[in-house]
Design a protein around this ligand. Sequence first.
Ligand code: XMP
Length: 328
Amino acid sequence: MQQLLVRPQDMKRIDSPALAQAYIDEQVAAIQEQVGDGKVLLALSGGVDSSVVAALLIKAIGDRLVAVHVNHGLLRKGEPEQVIEVFRNQMHANLIYVDAVDRFLDKLAGVKDPETKRKIIGKEFIDVFAEEARKLEGIQFLAQGTIWPDILESEAGIKAHHNAGGLPEDLSFELVEPVRILFKDEVRMVGKTLGLPDGMVYRQPFPGPGLGVRCVGAITRDRLEAVRESDAILREEFAAAGLQGKVWQYFTVVPDMKSTGIKDGKRTDDWMVIIRAVNSVDATSATIEEVPYSLLLKIRDRIFAEVKGVNRVLYDLSSKPLATIEYE
Ligand code: XMP
């Protein structure tokens, strides 16, 4: 059983647990054959693709998978904890948790330009991951959550796909890509069949730079906390209203801008939280979700009550185009 690099033209869409199970069995055998008694390294973000890759590898080679979870401080509320709970506590993975929060936030301090922010986050991520990789011995393989649309996009010249994860040349590994020939819905079906929690499998799209691009302008710890807390409230309330998995992407944004308010008879100078909820097929265009007004008011009340330093809540009505989905 060899790993397939190209999706066979006649491959049936994996749309049932039975097909997913057959794929899992095939991949477990393919991984065992490729890796032998070697060790595999994986950057485990907790997103759908890397989580499914981790679960497949744990099944195939157990603790010879070394999964590294880098907490860069820009993850959503509860995400690092969920990675530890699912992979270390439930699946008994060999998981290295790296708390790099201060390191990332110190590098980002005062940086306003969105592209510079993205570059710093990307480079710092590689640096942290490479440092961890150098500490380990006897690793021959690097697993990646490459999926079939990544291959199609890089062939079409839309996205530069970094094959070796952008790692420095002294760290050269053979790649293991067990979901390479799958479409996203198939990755989810495989993840569900592997027993990953729904919250991980049916996760909405989330940008690599994370909450960093939703804390518009130069990132400060307190404003980042306002993004994280308001996002958690929005997700909780959307889930309670049955909108989770129905609305394509929803999140909050806190721009670097204050406005006047009033609290206990005194003037305040605080931030605003913008709520964004959009529907899309492939993110190239998007329409806004018509969120029930009563739900918006409930979310507003919770944000005012629970998030520090906020005196306004706004709902973004902009479709794409003219607006993009993210703010920067
Ligand atoms: P935009 O804002 O361009 O977003 O309409 C389209 C989709 O891409 C996601 N996005 C990113 N994903 N790194 C990523 O991995 C990024 O820098 C990035 N910027 C935007 C966005 O969340 C949306 O789903």
